[in-house]
Ligand binder design. Structure first.
Ligand SMILES: [Zn+2]
Length: 241
């Protein structure tokens, strides 16, 4: 067998191995596993986002409570002041009104802050519940994922002999090839998935270009490796039926 014929066989063996590996990658169980992995990731991201939000809201709540405490203290002081003023005969009606106004304004602030804090607390409780729910869902996904993974492992083991055989076939043919030719093949493969092309009607079946006369002559004359001038694929003689 010439090197050209061997490289053609090599390409066939490689394609077969590729087909078998892809087939294994695309079983329904593999697809299920990939889907579950994605869902699991989404659930993890969701929990992470919830936790970050929670942290922020908890800090807001803490600040708010400190602020509320300060406002209530201020209110008590105003109340004390007002009591003193009411006892004081020299105190004018305007001063009393001013003090009452100030207290009213403080009370408004207190009420508004209480409302905000209660909303924040509600949000925190809801988010904590959502985290719990997502954890529960995640646990179920994890169980499904582990089950699918076990099936995939079994599939892999079942396919192993066939794939190993195909790998061995590739290696055995590779051993018959000159290292230079194999290197050239691999370089072309980076550009074309099929680096070897048959010549058909004096055309490269890889790119369809007609081969120049001198290439055809060189090609017919013997065992030299000829590459297509257009696509650089290694040319292989027409299949002899
Ligand atoms: Zn070509």
């Amino acid at each position: 067998m010439t090197q050209t014929e061997i490289i053609w066989k090599y390409q066939e063996a490689e394609m077969e191995l590729d087909r078998l590996q892809k087939e294994l990658e695309q079983t329904p169980e593999r697809q299920k596993l990939r889907k579950l992995r994605k869902i699991l990731q989404e659930q993890t991201d969701k929990i992470e986002a919830h936790k970050n939000g929670l942290k922020q809201k908890e800090a807001e709540l803490e600040n708010g409570l400190a602020k509320l405490e300060a406002l209530l203290k201020e209110y008590d002081l105003e109340q004390d002041d007002l009591n003193i003023m009411m006892e004081d005969e020299e105190c004018t009606a305007e001063e009393l009104t001013e003090s009452r106004k100030s207290m009213e304004s403080l009370l408004e602030k207190v009420n508004s802050l209480r409302k905000t804090l209660s909303e924040t607390k509600e949000w925190i409780d809801k988010t904590a519940e959502a985290i719990k729910e997502t954890y529960a869902k995640g646990a179920k996904t994890k169980r499904d994922y582990e089950a699918a993974k076990a099936v995939v492992e079994t599939e892999k083991l079942e396919h192993k002999p066939v794939i190993d055989k195909a790998k061995k076939a590739v290696d055995m043919i590779a051993a018959q090839l000159s290292p230079e030719l194999l290197k050239r093949y691999n370089t072309i493969k980076k550009k074309h998935p099929n680096p070897v092309a048959r010549v058909s009607d004096n055309r490269c079946s890889g790119c369809g270009m007609s081969l120049p006369m001198n290439t055809i002559k060189k090609f017919a004359s013997g065992s030299a490796i000829i590459e297509c001038e257009n696509c650089a694929r290694i040319l292989c003689p027409e299949k002899q039926e």
